[in-house]
Design a binder for this molecule. Structure first.
Ligand code: NZQ
Ligand code: ZN
Length: 382
């Protein structure tokens, strides 16, 4: 086991109607609230109305910034920072999934010193403070509600990248599984893929941590079980609750403690390339990228893949593991090859060119530049 520091300061409020604790929670931090949300799903379930009614109880001054899109854009971060500064915002609330949360986190980080957000994303500016952030989660997937990451896309530089900083941890996260009842089947499936992928990224970091391996095993097995159930019964509270908490635990640190790095993240980098180029939902990019990554790496790290194969599918064969994983992704309705989402082979060179430009690799099990064509071919099933 490698040395590590465990730190996670997020207060989680989990369960039915936990939003009732919002007004008391917000009032600890101030009255001037910037409320950030996406394209309108929050107005079709109760989450927006519940949030507004909690904020009106404490006579909060609420300024709204909406329209955050999946694969969130730097431009929205910049506009929301400006709005926040103009309105002397004291606290930022994110109401939505990972895209809204990541936007809100970066906005909160940049407001106090009016920082340039892309410079923060690239670690050219290191923030010294942040506004407090509160998350109201409506989609189980990224784990962003309980971690110190923000992932943002910049069309100008052709990058979708993440920044990690302990200041980014939200102060509070409200997780009511009922708010996820309305998530459509496709995004439910993408969330399942994403959370499983996060455990893979940890599993392929360096070092040995047997407890971490068991956390990975437990999260994947529970997710496969409840994932199938929740797709059949999207309004089943227990199923949604299990998927929601699995997603949070898949990227809140526990699967990485004891490893030499926080994760590999090479496959996520491939996925971000696809999302950037074709606006593919994050989880769908990973259900395509991961089978290809396993096929690419199976001769380089067969023992580690076999260990995972044993833990998850009770098999000693890498190929068997990969085909069972693909079958699971297919079963839940996630794509496993690029043509399934309308990206045809004519795009091959474009994908490779962006991988070269952004030096896609991974921290522990590297994807070498010489492998780019192979992994792209595998995503096309060549
Ligand atoms: O925009 P609205 O109308 O709200 O619709 C959203 C959006 O279209 C919809 N949705 C959300 N909650 C819903 C709902 N629809 C119905 N009912 C609800 N309750 O779902 C769509 C996708 O939302 P999005 O926030 O993009 O999804 P997700 O939570 O999967 O977030 C993906 C983003 O997070 C990043 C990804 O790269 C991607 O940009 N990630 C963030 C990480 C982190 N901060 O730790 C780690 C991850 O690996 C990932 O990179
Ligand atoms: Zn992810």
């Amino acid at each position: 086991m490698e040395n590590f520091t465990a730190y996670n300061p997020v207060h989680i409020h989990f369960g039915k109607q936990v939003i009732r604790e919002l007004s008391k929670t917000v009032s600890q931090y101030g009255k001037n609230v910037l409320l950030i949300y996406g394209g309108g799903s929050v107005k079709k379930n109760n989450s927006y109305n519940d949030t507004i009614s909690q904020l009106s109880k404490i006579n909060a001054n609420v300024v709204e910034y909406s329209g955050i899109k999946p694969n969130p854009l730097l431009e929205d971060v910049e506009k929301a920072i400006k709005l926040g500064i103009e309105n002397k915002i004291e606290i930022v609330i994110a109401l939505g999934g990972g895209s809204v949360i990541d936007t809100a986190k970066l906005v909160a980080l940049c407001i106090p010193d009016n920082l340039e957000p892309w410079s923060v994303m690239k670690y050219r500016t290191i923030p010294k403070k942040t506004l407090p952030t509160i998350i109201i989660l409506t989609l189980a997937a990224t784990g962003s509600e309980m971690n110190s990451l923000s992932v943002i896309q910049n069309p100008e530089t052709q990058e979708k990248i993440g920044v990690n900083n302990p200041l980014i941890y939200p102060n509070h996260a409200f997780l009511d599984p009922e708010y996820t009842f309305s998530v459509p089947k496709n995004y439910t499936a993408y969330g399942i893929v994403d959370l499983i992928s996060h455990t893979f990224e940890s599993f392929f970091a360096g070092g040995e941590s047997h407890l971490a391996d068991r956390f990975v095993q437990a999260i994947i097995l529970e997710t496969m079980r409840y994932g199938q159930l929740v797709l059949d019964e999207p309004e089943n509270y227990e199923y949604r609750a299990n998927i929601m908490w699995n997603a949070t635990c898949a990227l809140n640190g526990i699967t990485a403690y004891g490893r030499s790095r926080n994760g590999d993240w090479g496959t996520h980098a491939v996925g971000h390339t696809l999302s950037f180029l074709y606006d593919i939902p994050h989880g769908a990019s990973l259900s395509i990228a991961y089978p290809a990554w396993f096929k690419l790496q199976k001769n380089k790290i067969p023992e580690r893949i076999k260990k995972l194969a044993n833990l998850i599918f009770n098999t000693n064969s890498c190929d068997d593991f990969i085909s069972k994983l693909e079958a699971f992704f297919r079963h839940i309705g996630a794509p496993i090859r690029l043509p399934e989402i309308g990206v045809d082979i004519s795009k091959k060179d474009e994908i490779i060119a962006l991988m070269i430009k952004n030096k896609i690799t991974g921290f522990n099990v590297k994807i070498e530049e010489a492998d780019y064509e192979k992994i792209v071919d595998l995503m096309f099933s060549i």
